[in-house]
Design a protein around this ligand. Structure first.
Ligand code: C5P
Length: 222
C-alpha cells in the first residue's frame, strides 16, 4: 500500500518548495497538482479563450492530452500534447487562467484520475487546494499550509524576479488576493482545510525552518 501526504493551502504559502524538499528527504514522489490546472489554463490561453469561455474550455478537454512525467532528477514535468510546458505555465497570466479553469467542474473531473493514479502507484507528497478534502480524502497525513497574503506575494515576487521576469510587487499582491478569493469562494472543491488537517502557518519563517517543521510533523505520524 502506498502512502500519501496531502498538502493544501493558498498560492505562495511555500507548498511546492517545502513539499519538494520534504519529498526528497523522505524518498517520496512530489506531485504539484497546480501544474495540471496551469497546463489546462495554458491550453485555453493558446486557443485565445478567456475565463468567460466556459463551454469552449469544456469542449477543448477531449482534444488535449495532459501528462505528468518525471525527469532524471525525479522532478515533475508536465506535458501538453507531448510538449514539455513546465516553464511556460509559470507566468502571472497563466496563474489567473489556471484559477479560472479550476472553477469548472468538468476540468476538475478531467484531472481527478490522473492525480489519484499517481498516489495509488507511488508514495507521494501531493500539493494543491483540495487534495485532503477531495482527491485523497484517505491521505495518511493532511497539512494545510498558509501565510499572510503580503508574505506570500513577497515570496512569489522574489521567485519571478529571480527568473528574470518583469513584475511589480503590488500586481502580485493583487493577484494573490484575487486568487485566494476565487479559490475559496468557488462552489466546487473550494480551498479549505480538511477537518482532520494540521494547520501550519509559515509567515515570517525562513524555508529551512518551515521544512524542518513539516518534516517533524510528518515523521511523527508516518
Ligand atoms: O498551486 P498553483 O498556484 O500552481 O495553482 C494554480 C491554480 O490552480 C490555483 O490558483 C488554483 O485555482 C488551481 N488549483 C486547484 N486545485 C489544485 C491545485 C491548483 O484548483 N489541487
Amino acid at each position: 500500500m502506498s502512502i500519501a501526504i496531502a498538502i493544501d493551502g493558498p498560492a505562495g504559502a511555500g507548498k511546492s518548495t517545502i513539499a519538494r524538499l520534504a519529498a526528497k528527504e523522505l524518498g517520496y514522489i512530489y506531485v504539484d497538482t497546480g501544474a495540471l490546472y496551469r497546463t489546462i489554463g495554458l491550453a485555453a490561453f493558446r486557443r485565445g479563450l478567456t475565463a468567460e469561455n466556459k463551454e469552449q474550455i469544456i469542449a477543448m478537454l477531449p482534444e488535449i492530452k495532459v501528462t505528468l512525467a518525471f525527469n532524471d532528477c525525479q522532478e515533475q514535468i508536465v506535458l501538453l500534447d507531448g510538449e514539455d510546458v513546465s516553464g511556460l505555465i509559470r507566468t502571472p497570466e497563466i496563474s489567473m487562467m489556471a484559477s479560472a479553469v479550476s472553477a469548472i467542474p468538468e476540468v476538475r473531473a478531467y484531472l481527478l484520475d490522473l492525480q489519484r493514479d499517481m498516489a495509488h502507484t507511488n508514495n507521494v507528497i501531493m500539493d494543491g487546494r483540495d487534495i485532503g478534502t477531495v482527491v485523497l480524502p484517505d491521505a495518511k497525513i493532511k497539512i494545510f499550509l498558509s501565510a499572510s497574503p503580503e508574505c506570500r506575494a513577497r515570496r512569489r515576487y522574489d521567485e519571478l524576479i529571480e527568473k528574470g521576469m518583469d513584475v511589480k510587487y503590488e500586481d502580485i499582491l493583487t493577484d494573490v488576493i484575487a486568487r485566494d478569493y476565487a479559490d475559496s469562494h468557488r462552489d466546487i472543491a473550494p480551498l479549505k482545510p480538511a477537518d482532520d488537517a494540521i494547520n501550519v502557518d509559515t509567515s515570517g519563517e525562513d524555508l529551512e525552518t518551515s521544512v524542518n517543521k513539516l518534516l517533524g510533523i510528518m515523521r511523527e505520524r508516518l
